[in-house]
Design a protein. Sequence first.
Length: 477
Amino acid sequence: MRKRFLCLCLIIFGDLITFYVSLTIAYFFRIKILPYIISTPEFIYDFKHFLYLWWLPVIFLSFFAFEGLYIKRFSFSEELKHLSKAIFLSIIVIFSIVSLGKMSPRVSRTVLAGTGVIACFLFPFTRFWYKKLLYTLGLYQENALIVGAGRAGQLIACGLERDRHYGYKLVGYVDDDITKKAVQVNGHYYPVLGTFKDLPAICKDKHIQTIILAVPSLGSERIKSLFMEIRQLAKHILIVPELRGISLLSADLDYLFYEELFILHTRNNLNSPVNKIIKQIFDWIGGILLFILTLPFLGIIACLIKISSPGPIFYTQCRVGKKGKLFKIYKFRTMYVDAEERLPKILAQDRELKEVYLKRRKIPNDPRITPIGHFLRKTSLDELPQIFNVLKGEMSLVGPRPALPEELERYYKEEAQYYLQVKPGITGLWQVSGRNKTDFYFRVKIESWYVQNWCLWLDIIILLQTVKAVIKMEGAC
């Protein structure tokens, strides 16, 4: 209890520091930079004036609390959504107070608006790092136990291990299969500590705060019985239902009180004409901005390709677009010009390599790639020319990986219906999901999931994850 309270205080303290850093940057931008850009009225108040406005951070922290940012545990992407909402509402309320209270002459609305914009970028960054620090120090941790060492339990462990932002520390598993001694997840082994009947002793001995029920195959009656047995053993009980493959990201939850039934209202967002227009506008604006920002890099990369090996700068190939329409995709050339002629010979020399190629459609350490090509693929910069496809309306910023006609027929099968609903993207879930470590069938599944669960926020998260992947050089090679 004391550790949790200390953690809460440190998070609030960190949020206060982040707020005042955002305010400071906005203030100095207003007085030092903005006057050189546009004509602005003279600003007579010094920074101390803003420090006396104690109610500004109080409004921010209040909306953070309202959004559950101090008591609930979110994934980083979900926390980002709640942070953005809380900051937006805070700025709206602050502007209303300033206007209704006739405080405009004494409070710069430019500084307030700038604080909100900077906070949208700064809060996710600072919260990510100080939560990571608190987790390392053992303050932002809850001991978690997974009930069920089957497929569902392994997937839960994989997810919690990937996103430490939740703050769960997995202690191990319990399972009624006595032959299971440990579960391997991404190279880590988690012990199976006992069976269901051992739960009370295990929870007490390991100081378990969260129990995750990941046994959907048991059936509703057995899960209900198990829940009744363990609900007093831990502070939080999480239940994992068997609903994979159903579009749930934008689902609404309804409840029939007397019948004790939940109703999930799912929707296909991309069937909505309004959402289609929103995605199109997002692509146009994003494509134009991306083209302007990357124009110098396009020129430099083009020169490097010309210098490094003979041949054209761009590589074009026929891909399948929305509704099955074929189009030419643009990429920077990363292979030698005779790469296609070399492929049969390379595969004929190594049977295992051929199997890997058929499974992933890629060759590890491909000898056909040029020296500059390795760098371009590692950083995903070879995909930059696809901006032209976006501006031509053939592709989207975010979407499924552009597929070859033969790939669509061979690998997608019944999932092709989802692929054909949308434009393929420069980036997508595949690109930010460890693409070198996944086979083609997994790519097809997650791309279908993307189409079924699309929302604008998902596109924004994928774009942010793509920037991270480019910086960390996690691209294909």
